[in-house]
Design a protein around this ligand. Structure first.
Ligand SMILES: Nc1nc2c(ncn2[C@@H]2O[C@H](COP(=O)(O)OP(=O)(O)OP(=O)(O)O)[C@@H](O)[C@H]2O)c(=O)[nH]1
Ligand SMILES: [Mg+2]
Length: 365
């Protein structure tokens, strides 16, 4: 192991020297500001000291080439552990701890660390933890990660997902947003005739929002309902919650919904109260249906949202909305990458750049 100190006026100065001496394989053991005295100690200057290490490759090659010999009683000397966790600048260590507290782990955590290192060393000015994390998330997620809207040309939005995740409630929240804030005409179709109260639930929302509704008991009904409501700008389609861990259930749904055209959008609702492994399995099963956007519900019912980040990274899908309560249409968060990063760093959405709440003056379900 070759360990050396490097000095520079700035971090990037010192890092360039590390690169020149040790190449890209170097491991940074420590970086800090030190005071250098000049002119017999009368003048002081603050400089950056970086301690870096690299493997001594020559030694390694020699070891491989030598024939194996029996060496009796040689004491085993432990190699120092110089992986990413052994040393990290304090700021990075702090951000990693916060991410871990939110349940971010495995590859997602490694990818973030990988992105943060160069960002940290290349930065010219001091960056806050939120700013650093927000930048590190850029290459990991689709851009923008939170659309907070259906696609511009969407005419049919189909909400799918496991039982009880909040499909119907969120569909009503988003339809209210389009009708009340974006002045679009909307209509409802419910295909959820599987549960007795499901039709009534959407009829209630349709009455409150004064939106036309059709109930589809069969595939043919669904086709006719779409035709009947073709005058509205956006049709919101509610589907029955089923156990979509089971691939057959997804096949059934694909068959029911039939061929989709370019202006159909499929939104997969995922409850943040579920286990990450289950959520990932549901996402995999739904690949057949070509999901366009994700929807995370029950943000208010969990203290950790690490799984949300993992799923966003693994699926590379944008997020239509995040819901944080039962009230229609109020409990709908509109996040952005900054407020998302802020959540991990501070355990809550940023106050200066708050998430937007949609409020309707006279509907309260
Ligand atoms: N705390 C909390 N509850 C929610 C949220 N979204 C929905 N709910 C509640 O979750 C329950 C189920 O919501 P629904 O909208 O009926 O869920 P669904 O996915 O349509 O259910 P099925 O049609 O039976 O599959 C209801 O009690 C909702 O009020 C949320 O963001 N936070
Ligand atoms: Mg429902």
């Amino acid at each position: 192991m070759n360990v050396k100190r490097f000095y520079g006026k700035t971090v990037s100065d010192a890092m360039n020297q590390v690169k020149q001496a040790f190449g890209n394989e170097a491991v940074i053991l420590q970086d800090r500001q030190v005071i250098k005295k000049r002119f017999l100690g009368l003048k002081k200057e603050t400089i950056i000291e970086v301690i870096a290490a690299t493997e001594e490759k020559e030694e390694k090659r020699e070891l491989v080439q030598k024939p194996v010999q029996h060496v009796p009683n040689v004491p085993i000397v432990e190699r120092p552990n110089l992986d990413a966790k052994a040393y990290q600048p304090e700021q990075l260590e702090r951000i990693v701890r916060q991410l871990e507290a939110q349940g971010v782990e495995g590859d997602t955590l490694k990818h973030i660390q990988h992105e943060m290192y160069p960002l940290y060393y290349k930065r010219e000015d001091e960056q806050t933890d939120v700013e650093l994390l927000e930048q590190a998330l850029r290459p990991l997620l689709v851009d923008p990660p939170f659309t907070n809207a259906l696609k511009d040309d969407t005419t049919v939005a189909i909400f799918v997902g496991q039982t009880g995740v909040g499909k119907t409630t969120t569909l009503a929240k988003i339809a209210a947003l389009y009708k009340l804030k974006k002045q679009r005409t909307v209509g409802f179709i419910t295909c959820d005739t599987y549960r007795i109260a499901a039709v009534d639930q959407l009829i209630t929302y349709s009455n409150i929002l004064d939106v036309p509704i059709e109930v589809a008991y069969t595939k043919e009904d669904y086709r006719l309902a779409k035709d009947k409501l073709k005058h509205v700008d956006i049709l919101f389609v509610d589907t029955a919650g089923r156990n979509y861990q089971d691939a057959d259930r997804v096949e059934e749904l694909c068959d029911w919904l039939g061929e989709r055209n370019d202006t159909t959008e499929v939104v997969l609702a995922l409850a943040l109260t579920a286990k990450e492994s289950d959520l990932l399995r549901v996402c995999e099963q739904f690949e057949k249906l070509h999901v366009d956007q994700l929807l995370f519900t029950k943000f208010d019912e969990t203290k950790t949202i690490g799984e949300m980040l993992t799923i966003m990274e693994k699926t590379q899908l944008p997020v239509l909305a995040v819901t944080n309560g039962q009230a229609v249409p109020d409990d709908l968060l509109q996040l952005n990458r900054y407020s998302f990063a802020n959540y991990f760093v501070k355990g809550g959405c940023d106050r200066e750049r708050p998430s937007v709440r949609i409020t309707k003056p006279n509907a309260n379900v």
